[in-house]
Design a protein around this ligand. Sequence first.
Ligand SMILES: *[C@@H]1O[C@H](CO)[C@@H](O)[C@H](O)[C@H]1NC(C)=O
Ligand SMILES: *[C@@H]1O[C@H](CO)[C@@H](O)[C@H](O)[C@H]1NC(C)=O
Ligand SMILES: [Zn+2]
Length: 292
Amino acid sequence: MRFTSTFAALSSVMALAISASSASPAADRRSTQPSNQVAFVTNCTSTSDQPVFTIALDDGIRSQEYHSYVVDAFNKRGYTPFFFTNGDNYDCLFKYRHEIKKTLKHGQALYGSHGWAHPNATAISLEDWERDIELLELAYINMGLGRPYFYRFPYGEHNDEHLVKLKERGYLAAVQWNQDSYDSWGKTKHEILSMLRQDLRSPALPKNLLWLNHETQDVDVKQGLLNFEFKHMKKLGKKYVDLPQCLNYNGPLFAPPTEKERQLASQLPTNDCKAFAAAYDQLPGPKGRKSL
Ligand SMILES: *[C@@H]1O[C@H](CO)[C@@H](O)[C@H](O)[C@H]1NC(C)=O
Ligand SMILES: *[C@@H]1O[C@H](CO)[C@@H](O)[C@H](O)[C@H]1NC(C)=O
Ligand SMILES: [Zn+2]
C-alpha cells in the first residue's frame, strides 16, 4: 500500500511538514527549517504515548549474506529494517536489484539513499555531491523503483545548500539519528556495549530513539550487536516502529520518475557500477543535473 498512490505521497508530504512544524522548538532545528530546505530529522516524531525506536542501517549492500542476516534478524521479531544504501561502496547495488525488489514487495525491508560512493558532502563541490546523489537516483530508477524520497548524509556532514538541493530534487527529508550504535568506530563489541549501556541509562536519553547502524559491520552481523539493541529497547519499554512510522509518514518511498529520467537511466550500463558512473559522466550537461 505504501508504494501505490501519488495522492498518498502528496498528503504525506503535508503530514511530514505539519509534524515537523509542531515539534518542540528548543530541541529541534526543524522548527527553524526554511521552507526551501528539506526537513533535517534526527528524532522520531511519532506521537504515540509509548516510547518507540527504529533502526536504519547504512552503507550496504555489502553481500547477500550480510543483507539477509539483517533482514531476517528484524523480520523474525516482526520488525522491518530500513536501509540507506550506497550505489558503489562495499559492493555494486545492481547485483541486488532482485533482492531489493523482492524484500520491498513482501514488506521485509525498506530502502532510501545514502548516495553513490559515500563522499563527505562538505569536502567536495556541490556539483560533485549532486552527481553522487543523482547516480543512485538513476540506479533506483533503472531498477524500476523511482527516485528515493529519503536521504541520509554520510557522516552526517552537510550544510544548508545541500538541504536546498534535496528539496529541489523532490526529497522529503534528510534522516540522520539521535543514537549512534558506535558500530563503525573501530571498537570492540565489549567497548561498544559499555558506551551504549552508559548512553541508555542517561537521564538525557530521548524518549524515542532513531538508531544509526551499518549493514556492513561484523559487530552487527556476526557478533550480535543488533540483538543487544533489540533486547535493551524492550527492557526500556520502547516499541519498534519502522522508519516511515517514526517520521509519521505513510506514503511511498520512491517518486515516479519523469520520462526523461527513465530514458536516461535505461541508457546506462548496469553490469558494472564503474561503467555506469563512467557512462553517466560522458553524457552531455552539467554534473548532477542530467535528469532534471
Ligand atoms: C568532511 O569535510 C570537512 C571539510 O573538509 C571536514 O572539516 C570534516 O572533518 C570532514 N568530515 C569527516 C567525517 O571526514
Ligand atoms: C532529539 O535528539 C537529540 C539528539 O540528537 C536529543 O538531544 C533530543 O533530546 C531529542 N529531542 C526529542 C524531542 O526527543
Ligand atoms: Zn555511511
